[in-house]
Design a protein around this ligand. Sequence first.
Ligand code: HEC
Length: 84
Amino acid sequence: MGSPPPSAAARLDEGARVFSATCSGCHTLAPGPSPQLTGGGLRDYRLTPGQVAGFVKVMPLPRRLSAREVEAVSSYVAHVERGP
Ligand code: HEC
């Protein structure tokens, strides 16, 4: 059984929430440099979701993310970086 996989749109939505709750203290997805944030802007990269996930695993996060949250936030960041 188990619930069906979330749709792509729902996953991006969840990723956006995870990003603002967990990453936005150190990163922004707004274009351009963000010298006031420790981790800076992520918008000007072109990372794949897998590459983002690799970084997420080594970030000093305020709380542990579930595998599903890591996947959601990684898809979201890669999606925003690539543009609509
Ligand atoms: C406590 C601060 C902090 C938090 C929270 C944090 N990061 Fe980072 N992150 C950093 C720092 C510092 C770097 C290294 C920046 C550098 O050297 O350019 C980094 C690097 C990265 C990189 C590689 C690109 C780069 O600039 O080097 C990605 C991708 C990334 N973080 C994604 C995330 C995501 C997604 C989250 C939330 C799940 C997150 N980070 C949470 C501090 C943080």
